[in-house]
Design a binder for this molecule. Structure first.
Ligand code: C2O
Ligand code: CU
Length: 463
């Protein structure tokens, strides 16, 4: 196997160490579960290094894989054994507002030693995840994240259903968590805090055996605070079947898959690599692969590949139809390094860039740095809204709307998959449309956690 690992990395032009990842994880029963957030250690660095100091849920980073049936009521008790306040946000779930986990907006932060019972229904099947919504640039970077899988009543048949949760760590040479790198204003005003070590399901160094013609459902989840992952497959052929939890008609997996922070993509793939060789799911950059799950092919699952999967049944999430009469607003994203942001409003007054930076701000949306007092939009329940997200910055942003899924607007029409997070490239505009059917106050923010903390937040109110 080590031979195959080298051969594969050479084949993809990799310079750095290969990383592998295991099949995962615990199943939780629907009903009451407890998630204790606490400091601890985990072997995320290569095995010849020390365990890393992390923050985790129930002794694991990522936290336990929660699997619940569609429509289930989930009761999850968060116990906070961290030194700081925290909350849990159930990313992508069209949840009741009071359970959305946004401190200061939908609940008080859970203080150290405190607890909070999340009690909610999961209306849509698919791949979701959970993470803190308090100081997430630190709490998520330290390891607080986990997969939430909502199972379809009739899932497409596969041999194995595997969450693939990516985390981006910054480690010192001995495998220690790089404390000094947290909270750097340089990172905040650029691409966010990028790591130097990627794990999948918390493992940076493992092997995942498969059989030829075995059918896998890979639930890719980007739990990095800031890194946009590019992924490539080798010896695995198949289809993209869902984005951000929402099914799409199966389409062939492209050569390169882009997964922005917080986004998910579900694949159904067949192992096409020959027995005795390796299939690969690789994390790549311009230099080639720098992390990978190597899947040695050992044995035969069936004589030939299965036929293409049928589309997954759609979720009850509403699709925006015609946009006539939709509420409309523009959200201008400004700031960051090399942007020339001169000033913005914060805490009710205009501040120059120097003062903003003193307050930890580097970005503004519609001229406001940080959470604005007034919502971007107030919508009657059931109204369709369209928001033009105009990126005047030199950086990509992964814009996330809480409580709703949206479609992107092309040529004045909603189009493509329902999503909850949209990557908007530098100096590009993305327009989203959604049906505001979920009452409450909902955040709209950049999911690069460092960008959110340094200014890129807004919110909409559904009355
Ligand atoms: Cu996944 Cu407001 O976040
Ligand atoms: Cu951003």
């Amino acid at each position: 196997m080590p031979i195959g690992r080298r051969a594969f990395l050479a084949g993809l032009g990799a310079g750095a160490t290969a990383q592998l990842w295991p099949a995962c994880g615990a199943l939780a029963s629907p009903g009451a579960i407890t998630l204790t957030a606490a400091p601890g250690t985990a072997q995320i660095a290569p095995r010849d290094m020390n365990p890393t100091g992390v923050w985790h849920y129930d002794g694991q980073t990522p936290g336990p894989v929660l699997r619940v049936p569609q429509g289930a009521r989930v009761r999850a008790l968060l116990r906070n054994a961290l030194p700081d306040p925290t909350t849990i946000h159930w990313h992508g779930i069209r949840i009741a507002n009071a359970m959305d986990g946004v401190p200061g907006m939908t609940q008080a932060p859970v203080e150290p030693g405190g607890e909070f019972l999340y009690d909610f229904v999961v209306p849509d099947a698919g791949t979701y995840w959970y993470h803190p919504h308090r100081q997430s640039w630190e709490q998520q970077a330290r390891g607080l994240a986990g997969a939430l899988i909502v199972e379809e009543p009739a899932p497409p048949p596969v041999d194995r259903d595997l969450p693939v949760l990516l985390q981006d760590w910054r480690l010192g040479p001995d495998g220690a968590f790089d404390e000094a790198s947290l909270g750097s204003m340089h990172d905040f005003s650029h691409a966010g805090r990028l790591g130097n070590w990627t794990t999948v399901n918390g493992d940076g160094d493992a092997t995942w055996p498969v059989r030829r013609n075995e059918r896998l459902r890979l639930r890719l989840i980007n739990a990095a605070t800031a890194r946009v992952y590019t992924l490539a497959l080798k010896g695995l052929d198949g289809w993209v079947v869902a984005h951000d939890g929402m099914p799409v008609p199966p389409s062939p997996v492209p050569d390169r898959l882009t997964l922005a922070p917080a986004q998910r993509t579900d694949l159904i793939v067949d192992v096409s690599a020959a027995e005795g060789t390796e299939a690969v799911l690789a994390v790549i950059d311009r230099q080639g692969a720098y992390a990978a799950v190597l899947m040695p092919v050992d044995g035969l699952a069936r004589p030939g590949p299965e036929p293409a999967p049928a589309p997954i049944a759609r979720n009850p999430a509403p699709m925006p139809g015609a946009l006539d009469g939709a509420a409309q607003v523009e959200l201008k994203m400004e700031g960051g390094a090399m942007s020339g942001l001169a000033s913005a409003r914060m805490s009710g007054r205009e501040m120059g860039i120097r003062e903003l930076v003193e307050h930890g701000m580097a970005w503004a949306m519609n001229g406001v740095a940080g959470m604005p007092d007034a919502p971007l939009l107030t919508l009657e329940r059931g109204r369709t809204a369209r928001i033009r997200l105009v990126n005047y910055t030199g950086w990509p942003h992964a814009m996330h709307l809480h409580g709703h899924h949206f479609q992107v607007v092309h040529d004045g029409r909603p189009d493509g998959p329902l999503r909850d997070t949209l990557l908007i490239q530098p100096r590009e505009t993305g327009e989203i449309a959604f049906v505001a059917d979920n009452p409450g106050d909902w955040m709209l923010h950049c999911h690069m956690a460092e960008h959110m903390a340094s200014g890129m937040m807004s919110w909409v109110r559904v009355a």
